[in-house]
Design a protein around this ligand. Structure first.
Ligand SMILES: [Zn+2]
Ligand SMILES: [Zn+2]
Length: 529
């Protein structure tokens, strides 16, 4: 009898049971699903609780599986109504709290078993995946933006720490608690409770992309982790620094990340769609045609120094001789300032580089020369060096991220980096020097004093129709959109930039040294009488 074989059968983990039961169902073409279950992580214990590793392995203190037809059916083509099927299996944790035991099994069905129906409904691995979060929930929420309430709902469903999902949800819960308007998109692997991709940006990052949408950058971080990749979108702020406007963390080898990330960014901040004029990509980013569709006014460029490094190492790989002319030639090619200079360098390549390399070049880089050769792919803004900006970003990430982090830890580090960012970049001494160079000593001294108050933990910022509001815990100060005027008494009496203007500029990425801040007080400038 089947019952005899199942009854009292023992399993030392839910995974073991799931694998056994999947195979068992496949052999018999029967469909069971979990009707009730008591997760161990949610049990209260009168006596000593089971060890944490046991909770992790067994997952449930009891599970009742019932036949898919337990409700019966009333489909006329199946010969009218028939009563619900009683086939069921009950699994319970043993009294010793170290294994699961089949304590009841009723395997007789009151209906025929249909292999076609089985093939249609059966999903291998479903029992295992479902033990963390209901798979239908993750399938439903996948690829959508989630908000704080969604995350809290998922957290309340979450029964185990499998695949770090619980940790990721906990980080997201913290993010929404401090920033309810943050945008987060989660992608789960289909029919599994494994996070494939997380796209996220804080409301600060959204404000930055609204303010500085002209040039964007997109690149993958090199050497983060063996399991997942980090992609960032950057903009250039008023001081010429690269600022993160979106992050995408994803399982390695996930295809078409450029499209996914840009689409998610445009959904989060629709204004940027038509405003982006240029996007510079890391050399290994693929499927560039996505840009045309998502950012129709943007030129596509590929980071020149990365192209150069790729060409050089490819030349070695394809058998180029040790020849000290190669690197300077490639540099001349990339930095060509006219089409003829480019043509000439490309011709010279044929003389000193192997034919295989020349063919590789003609196939991969020649057709895209407008995206990386200096003559065509020039810098849009004079003081922005795209390659340097991407390199600096890499260095910042390396400094901010824990070594070999989990996805959840990586998100925490990235969010902390956002908070710490402007504080690091504020150099009061250097700014004061700039102001002293254009101001008389007395106003320069006042400005320096105000700069000292720009970094203040208790400031809260709010965007309004007219500009910005800053709350300092006691009062509220209103500033214009351009952040050159403030309602406080320091500004109104001196017409010099105050701490509120500096703090809000710091917060929004605007330059802190800006001669425009002195337009209304020409008398403060050196050379004025
Ligand atoms: Zn049945
Ligand atoms: Zn002020």
């Amino acid at each position: 009898m089947e019952e005899d074989k199942l009854q009292e059968k023992e399993f030392f983990s839910w995974e073991e049971f799931s694998a056994f039961f999947d195979a068992w169902c496949e052999r018999r073409k029967v469909l069971f699903f979990v009707k009730n279950s008591v997760p161990l992580s949610k049990c209260k214990w009168a006596t000593a609780p089971p060890r944490p590793d046991v909770v992790e392995a067994l997952k449930y203190s009891s599970v009742r599986l019932v036949c898919k037809d337990f409700r019966g059916s009333s489909k006329p083509e199946q010969g009218g109504q028939h009563k619900g099927c009683c086939a069921s299996i009950v699994l319970k944790m043993s009294p010793k709290k170290d294994r699961l035991i089949v304590t009841e099994c009723q395997l007789a069905h009151n209906h025929a078993l249909c292999p076609i129906e089985f093939a249609y409904y059966f999903k291998k691995g479903y029992l295992m995946a479902n033990s963390c979060l209901p798979v239908r929930t993750t399938n439903k929420i996948s690829k959508q933006f989630v908000g704080g309430p969604d995350v809290r709902r998922l957290l309340s469903y979450c029964k185990s720490r499998d695949h770090g999902v619980l940790d990721v949800l906990t980080v997201l819960d913290g993010l929404f608690a401090s920033d309810p308007n943050a945008k987060v998109k989660l992608v789960f692997m289909e029919d599994k409770v494994i996070v494939q991709t997380i796209f996220f940006l804080s409301s600060r990052m959204m404000a930055l992309s609204r303010r500085f949408p002209l040039m964007l950058f997109f690149d993958r971080m090199v050497g983060l982790n063996e399991e997942f990749d980090l992609y960032s979108v950057l903009c250039v702020d008023g001081a010429g620094r690269g600022r993160e406007v979106a992050y995408c963390l994803t399982q390695r080898e996930t295809p078409d990340l450029l499209r996914f990330t840009l689409a998610s960014l445009v959904q989060s901040v629709p204004e940027v769609k038509l405003q982006v004029r240029c996007i510079t990509l890391g050399v290994e980013i693929a499927n560039l045609e996505a840009v045309k569709e998502l950012l129709p006014n943007a030129r596509v460029q590929i980071c020149r120094s990365q192209v150069l490094e790729t060409l050089f190492s490819k030349a070695q790989e394809l058998g180029a001789a040790e020849d000290e002319r190669i690197w300077p030639l490639l540099c001349r090619l990339a930095a060509a300032k006219s089409p003829s200079a480019y043509q000439q360098a490309a011709q010279e390549m044929k003389a000193i580089l192997p034919q295989r390399f020349v063919r590789y070049f003609q196939r991969h880089w020649q057709p895209r020369s407008e995206m990386w050769v200096q003559f065509w792919a020039f810098e849009t803004a004079r003081n922005v060096n795209a390659c340097e900006l991407l390199k600096q970003h890499q260095r910042r990430l390396l400094a901010a991220l824990s070594p070999s982090p989990t996805v959840a830890q990586c998100m925490l580090d990235l969010l902390a980096m956002q908070v710490g960012n402007e504080a690091h970049e504020l150099d009061e001494g250097e700014l004061a020097t700039h102001y002293r160079a254009i101001c008389k000593p007395e106003p320069a001294g006042l400005i320096e004093e105000e700069l000292g108050f720009a970094r203040h933990g208790r400031y809260r910022f709010q965007e309004t129709a007219e500009g910005y509001l800053l709350h300092d815990g006691l009062s509220e100060f209103a500033m214009d959109q351009a952040l050159t005027r403030c309602s406080c008494s320091i500004y109104t009496s001196s017409l010099l930039p105050c701490r509120h203007l500096f703090a809000t500029r710091l917060h929004t990425g605007l330059a802190l040294f800006d001669p425009g801040l002195l337009h209304r007080n020409q008398a403060a400038l050196l050379g004025a009488c």
